[in-house]
Write a protein that binds this ligand. Structure first.
Ligand code: NAI
Ligand code: MG
Length: 353
């Protein structure tokens, strides 16, 4: 079967890692003959913004609707304010296509132990499930409220939690937990300090958890959870949290592998009314862009998540296996303590497909 994929490489190292992921996917398609990919590239991002005043075409979200999936790099450049690049492209796509579930797995491939200094990292395997449509990133609020001159500005940034929004992401987390070797969901909130939205979240969690007696559950406050990620990661399987909390915890989770460069993610519309989007967790890394040293494994892992979503679980596993074989053979990029370039890591993965 042929899948139509929209590639949105974006800025900085985005195009470098997206090119690497595309090469690996095309090699896997040729190797297995199980599928074919038809790519359309959208040159959106900060260059497009400099030319047109927009991060993407005005009807861009609509243009993406016809594809089977979106493969995304990263956005952001030092000369464009981050809230403009992020809202103008990445959040515009996620929210425009209602990709309400963001999943961010954390795993330690062979040869990658990170800063934890544990000898059981190979057994650690958890996934952060992030509410991706509302919460702290609902975009509600305003500036210059009640300003009466310099120094008096008030800004409000409101979080939005709907019962339906909490319920769908929490239920998604429990369904995901059922497919894992360790069926457990950990709920993260800050309901001691934030007494409205977070308490609603906790209540919905308790109600949904009661409907999944076969899935273990527990909960904690986000600050304590940050400590647990570092000190007791073996207790984690599926972690479900709000947009902001899960954003932070998933960066922490991937940093525990030694670098943000390894972390993969999927922005899913689980109801499949629109294409889902697959992207590395990291940003455009302007500090290393153009050098050919970016770690492509986050983008390659995201490609595996894309295959899985397209119903190609066997091919996704084969790709993950090739990555494990490459890192296990000591082929590691600079951010993971090795010397391999983007090109060398990509070639090493392709060799082991
Ligand atoms: P970043 O993730 O781009 O970089 C943080 C650090 O990690 C840098 O030192 C970078 O060199 C390193 N790093 C990241 N990915 C790497 C990779 N694949 N290989 C090797 N090293 C890697 O985050 P930062 O610096 O906070 O943001 C830079 C820009 O990216 C900003 O404009 C920001 O808004 C944007 N950004 C975009 C995201 C997205 O498109 N999803 C997510 C996060 C940030
Ligand atoms: Mg982030």
């Amino acid at each position: 079967r042929t899948f139509r994929i929209a590639a949105v490489p974006g800025d900085g190292i985005g195009p470098e890692v997206v090119a690497a992921g595309r090469r690996v996917l095309d090699a896997l398609a040729a190797e297995t003959g199980a599928f074919a990919l038809e790519w359309t590239e959208f040159p959106w991002g900060c260059d497009h913004y400099a030319r047109t005043g927009r991060m993407m075409d005005a009807d861009g979200v609509r243009a993406l609707r016809g594809f089977d999936a979106v493969y995304f790099g990263a956005v952001g450049r030092p000369d464009v304010p981050d809230h403009i690049s992020l809202w103008g492209l990445r959040l515009a796509i996620c929210q425009g296509l209602d990709q309400w579930a963001n999943i961010r797995p954390v795993r330690f491939p062979p040869g990658v132990t990170g800063p934890l200094r544990r000898d059981d990292t190979a057994e650690l395997d958890w996934v952060v499930v992030r509410e991706n449509s509302e919460g702290e990133y609902a975009g509600l609020g305003g500036r210059n409220l009640a300003a009466r001159g310099p120094g008096s500005e008030v800004a409000v940034q409101t979080s939005l939690f709907t019962e339906a929004g909490c319920e769908r992401i929490i239920r998604f987390a429990f369904e995901l937990a059922r497919t894992r070797s360790r069926p457990k969901v950990t709920c993260v909130t800050k309901s001691n300090a934030q007494q409205y939205g977070m308490v609603l979240w906790d209540e919905v969690f308790a109600r949904v958890a009661a409907q999944y007696p076969d899935v273990e559950s527990d909960s904690g406050l986000v600050d304590a959870m940050a400590a647990r990620f570092v000190l007791n990661p073996e207790e984690l399987s599926v972690v479900v949290a709000s947009n902001l909390h899960a954003d932070i915890l998933s960066d922490l989770g991937s940093a525990l592998t030694g670098s943000l460069g390894l972390a993969a993610s999927a922005n899913l519309d689980p109801e499949r009314r629109a294409p889902s989007m697959f992207e590395p967790v990291h940003g455009s890394a302007p500090d290393i862009a153009g050098r050919g040293t970016a770690n492509p494994l986050g983008a390659i892992g995201s490609a595996a998540l894309m295959l899985d979503h397209l119903g190609l679980a066997k091919e996704a596993a084969r790709l993950d296996g090739a990555v494990a074989a490459a890192t296990g053979a000591g082929v590691l990029p600079a951010d993971l303590g090795g010397t391999a370039t983007t090109e060398e890591v990509t070639a090493a993965v392709i060799d082991r497909l």
